[in-house]
Design a protein around this ligand. Structure first.
Ligand SMILES: [Zn+2]
Length: 379
């Protein structure tokens, strides 16, 4: 999920480019300059390419603007935006947690298409500045139309599109049933995806081969994304209402910082425990785990202490007892770590470690809960 080249930050949000984006960017630039070459034979070759390149850049700028509009509203609700990624089929914003209320979900979703409609108006206005300039007209006309199409297409009422999230929010608000809303938006998302695939196949067979294939590919992507959205929301839903204190293990294994990695390895093998708090002179100095152990070559275990390779205290991520499990799991995945100590009080002064939460423990809860719920009782 985190792959991609970071090209910068906007409003503090990392902007990532997926490798697949380079392909679509090159393709669009090429297609646009070809189109301009046919439409405006009086331009020079370099003018076809420059206007094509600028139009392509501003098109993906519009996609980014759409995602930023989602992000700004998400932040308004104190939801952290982890990153925005541009990839072959558009843009994706990753947010730190789900919206707490239907109205929040609705507003975050609707913001993206609104951003495109605003941009369409802006490009329309720019085009009026110098109506006789055919290069400006070619550039702005394309961007006005693509922004209208981007905004409108995203309003289709099925996951994973923005319209699907708005539809989800409406059903959620009307029925007060999050799961029912998820199933409904997932189902309409699949209908939209199948319709695109069918339309793509039909077009491909009726002499619009490239357009048809493209449409079909988008349909296939939407189909898998619809399934994925339903699965993710279902997983998060199983964690609703649970906090760190519910799944933490109260047993907190401890090792001394001075022991060698060889001895630490032996301790892991003897007890089966894969992580330990590290104590030196009665003070908590860090966190040690199997992952950090394996970062050191086996032949150097004898000559290194736990203290030299552990995660130092100031780098440890902490959880509080009442932290919602949904968010905690997101943080574990975002930082790519397996466990977090749970503290009562603030970590800075007199924090007291009361337990450990592991990714495995949370995944076990998800599994147990989803098995339990399988035959949904009739209401
Ligand atoms: Zn969107």
């Amino acid at each position: 999920m985190r792959r991609g080249l970071q090209i910068g930050k906007i409003l503090g949000i990392p902007i990532l480019l997926d490798p697949s984006w380079l392909f679509i960017f090159s393709l669009l630039t090429y297609l646009l300059s070809e189109e301009f070459r046919l439409k405006y034979p009086n331009w020079s070759t370099s003018q076809h390419w420059v206007v094509g390149l600028l139009t392509s850049l501003f098109f993906f700028g519009s996609v980014l603007f759409h995602e930023l509009f989602h992000s700004i509203i998400a932040r308004h609700y104190k939801i952290r935006v982890v990153s925005i990624t541009l990839f072959i089929f558009g843009g994706i914003s990753r947010i730190g947690r789900d919206p707490a209320k239907p109205i929040q979900e609705f507003n975050i979703a609707v913001a993206g298409p609104i951003g495109n409609f605003l941009l369409a108006a802006v490009f329309l206005g720019i085009g009026q500045l110098s109506p006789a300039d055919d290069k400006l007209a070619a550039f702005t006309t394309y961007l006005v139309w693509t922004n209208i199409v981007l905004g409108a297409a995203n309003l289709a009422p099925g996951f994973p599109l923005d319209g699907g999230r708005m539809f989800h929010a409406i059903v959620w608000a009307a029925t007060k049933d999050f799961n029912k809303a998820t199933r409904a938006a997932g189902a309409t998302g699949k209908v939209i995806a199948y319709a695109l695939i069918a339309w793509g196949a039909w077009s491909a067979l009726h002499d619009n081969v490239s357009g048809g294939i493209w449409c079909g590919l988008i349909g296939i992507y939407l189909l898998s994304a619809a399934n994925e959205s339903v699965r993710q929301l279902a997983v998060r839903e199983t964690l609703r209402g649970l906090s760190a204190a519910d799944v933490m293990s109260q047993e907190v294994p401890i090792v001394s910082g001075g022991i060698s990695l060889e001895d630490y390895g032996a301790e892991v093998l003897r007890t089966g425990r894969r992580y330990h708090l590290v104590i030196t002179d009665d003070r908590l100095v860090g966190l040690m785990n199997v992952h950090a152990l394996h970062a050191v070559p086996r032949e150097e275990w004898e000559h290194n202490s736990v203290q030299s390779v552990m995660i130092p205290r100031d780098k440890i991520l902490w959880a509080s007892q009442d932290e919602p499990l949904q968010r905690l799991l997101e943080r574990l995945f975002a930082a790519d770590i397996g466990q977090m100590p749970v503290v009562s009080g603030t970590p800075d002064d007199g924090a007291h470690v009361v337990g450990m939460v592991t990714r495995d423990a949370i995944l076990r809860v998800i599994q147990a809960r989803s098995e339990f719920r399988q035959p949904t009782p009739a209401k």
